[in-house]
Design a protein around this ligand. Structure first.
Ligand code: NAD
Length: 379
């Protein structure tokens, strides 16, 4: 006998694994992305009468608590939705048919997917449901291509091929462009690598479209990471060039606001000059509010840009390419990463680092002159 509509709707009152969504890594980017994913999925699923469980995870307990506190009132218990905190990636994979990860870099991706208490272990616990109902794993981290390809291959080897529409467990690399402001406005661009076109379309329509403005299928697994690393090579270099130009102009007597206006209406324009200008006050009167106006707090940490340029150098070595511009930029960001006053600030703090080192060089000169004067040497 076919179940009645009434019975079906009663059965649908509890979230199932396939309707549940997990998010691991609620940092500067992840918390904004998870916010949109939860809010928009909730609205959609409440209308459909399809209860959903959201499982959120971060290795930092306080980060998870903040997210739960900020969203629990919005989860309508009467509609059957739940918001579940956990510190274990394995629990996320055990409970959810869709999992998004947004982690710092390659070591964390390996750990979260393949380590003890990781996603692979959770899929084993959820077996055979994880295979029968299918599991979609979307890694948005900017990590090295080899890690993305290897982890996706391991998932495929263990749980079925990662190509073909019937794959049981499918993993995509989907790093993002657009920064924290793009994550907050849900205007990110996802650069996706997937051997499986059907999985790409499913991820784009059901998940990525809620967190961003577009998803570009760049090719097979790893292709999204190659595209992202190439983009961030340009980003890192243009930010340094913009910081130097802004420092040059400001020290030469121009106001930051005027020089930004000149660059942004001339050929020097880029995202670094127009949206994330490194000089405080440069974008006053525009719709943009760059980290430079908040002592370079928030945004894209200098340590992450340093990491991305190292990824670019490794990728260039893999394909036998010389990249002198990226090599120089990498040295500068590595130095910023080694200094606590810059490491955690937005990478546009390169502007301050330039002025600080100019000031330090001046102070050194003055000290040397004073020392010579004291010693009675003519200066
Ligand atoms: P972040 O350091 O602010 O966030 C990373 C989060 O992952 C943190 O909350 C951390 O506690 C958590 N985490 C680390 N290890 C974990 C583990 N083993 N298990 C669970 N959680 C763990 O970094 P972010 O700025 O959000 O960047 C995330 C990724 O996005 C990076 O790869 C970065 O390069 C990329 N990205 C960042 C920006 C940006 O503007 N910040 C823009 C584009 C891409």
């Amino acid at each position: 006998m076919r179940p009645s509509f009434r019975l079906l709707s009663q059965a649908a009152k509890t979230p199932t694994r396939s309707s549940s969504i997990g998010f691991i890594g609620l940092g500067a980017m992840g918390r904004e992305m998870a916010h949109h994913l939860v809010t928009k999925t909730l609205a959609e699923r409440t209308q459909q009468g399809r209860p959903t469980s959201f499982v959120v995870c971060d290795s930092d307990h306080a980060t998870v608590t903040r997210f739960i506190d900020g969203h629990s009132s919005q989860i309508a218990a009467k509609a059957g939705h739940t918001l579940v905190p956990t510190a274990q990636p394995s629990s996320v994979a055990k409970l959810c048919g869709t999992v998004v990860t947004m982690l710092p870099s390659s070591p964390q991706v390996r750990d979260v997917y393949l380590g003890e208490g990781g996603i692979m272990a959770g899929l084993q616990d959820a077996s055979p449901t994880a295979q029968e109902d299918g599991t979609l794993l979307i890694d948005c981290t900017t990590c090295d291509r080899a890690t993305g390809v290897e982890v996706a291959a391991k998932m495929g080897e263990t749980y079925g091929p990662s190509s073909g529409p019937s794959s049981a467990v499918t993993m995509l690399d989907a790093p993002v462009s657009g920064g924290v402001s793009g994550a907050a406005a849900a205007t990110l661009t996802f650069l996706v690598g997937s051997n499986n076109t059907a999985a790409f379309e499913q991820a784009r329509d059901a998940v990525l479209s809620k967190m961003g403005a577009r998803a570009i299928h760049c090719g097979p697994n790893g292709a999204g990471l190659t595209a992202k690393i190439a983009n961030n090579l340009v980003l890192g270099a243009t930010m340094l060039a913009t910081a130097e130009a802004m420092a040059l102009g400001v020290k030469g007597g121009l106001s930051a606001e005027l020089l930004a206006h000149v660059l942004n209406t001339s050929t020097g324009r880029s995202w670094s000059s127009e949206v994330n200008n490194p000089a405080p006050g440069a974008l006053r009167g525009t719709k943009h509010s760059p980290p430079a106006d908040r002592h370079w707090e928030g945004g894209f940490a200098a340590r992450l840009q340093a990491k991305d340029l190292r990824l670019a150098l490794a990728a260039a070595e893999d394909v036998g390419l010389l990249v002198p511009m990226a090599t120089m930029a990498s040295k500068i960001y590595d130095r910023m990463e080694s200094m606590d006053e810059y490491k955690f600030k937005d990478f546009s703090v390169a502007f301050k680092a330039l002025l600080d080192s100019a000031e330090a060089a001046q102070a050194e000169k003055r000290e040397a002159a004073a020392a010579r004067e004291k010693a009675g040497v003519a200066v």
